[in-house]
Design a protein around this ligand. Structure first.
Ligand code: GSH
Length: 222
């Protein structure tokens, strides 16, 4: 059994979607980011960076993995799926996984901070991050032209990027004029495992979701 320490955010969904796709049993351990539980000593002992997600694999002597990209690779290798075994195929998937970890995630994260959460609206910062996110979306669109998925078969690279990109509206970045990216977002969204993983840990309440997200994010950012 695997313990998944998570919250309802893109980096958390990457892992719950991967676990669902792989059919690996897991127990959800919700971490209340708004109450800063991720900075408590017991959690920092698992994840020195004080962020979600983290997994503890009790089938492997309680082995702990933090950093969502590393967790995805660990799970895919454990199950022997969603990451090719051959060197070139594996490298292609890792390239697009790193693209998400080093580009899409940090840039969309900053776009969200300045567009949604910052009490002071700074046009230069909002435009800088939104422009960079749009540029990265165009790179994804180019890669998806003529292929169904980012790197061969459906893989952890698709899961990692999708978990962020599907919420482009929250970052205030349009996907208009990017037909391959739009088609890929829709195709992944209807996968049953993706829908189950996206509902972890708690499906957001549609009525108050925006205010709750902004409120929780502001508490973390102070
Ligand atoms: N590079 C880390 C980033 C994780 C991350 O930023 N997690 C956010 C939620 S998406 C978090 O825990 N924020 C709480 C905080 O910063 O205190 C990963 O990919 O695991």
């Amino acid at each position: 059994m695997i313990d998944l320490y998570t919250a309802a955010t893109p980096n958390g969904w990457k892992v719950s979607i991967t676990l669902e796709e792989l059919g690996l049993p897991y127990t959800v351990r919700p971490v209340a980011l708004g109450r800063n539980e991720q900075k408590e000593p017991a959690y920092l002992a698992l994840n020195p960076n004080g962020k979600i997600p983290t997994i503890v694999d009790h089938d492997n002597g309680g082995f702990v993995v933090f950093e969502s990209g590393a967790i995805l690779v660990y799970l895919a290798e454990k199950a022997g799926q969603l990451l090719p075994a051959d060197r070139d195929g594996r490298s292609r998937v890792l390239q697009w996984l790193m693209f998400q970890m080093g580009g899409i995630g940090p840039m969309m994260g900053q776009a969200n901070v300045f567009f949604r959460y910052a009490p002071e609206k700074i046009p230069y910062a909002i435009e800088r991050y939104q422009r960079e996110v749009r540029r990265l979306f165009e790179v994804l669109d180019g890669q998806l032209g003529g292929r169904d998925f980012l790197a061969g078969d459906y893989s952890i690279a698709d899961i990692a990027n999708w978990s962020w990109v599907h919420s482009h509206a929250w970052s205030g970045v349009s996907i208009e004029g990017l037909p391959h990216l739009s088609r890929w977002i829709d195709a992944i969204a209807v996968r049953p495992a993706v829908q189950r993983g996206k509902a972890v840990p708690i499906p957001p309440d549609p009525g108050t979701a925006d205010e709750k997200r902004i409120d929780a994010a502001r508490k973390i950012l102070v």
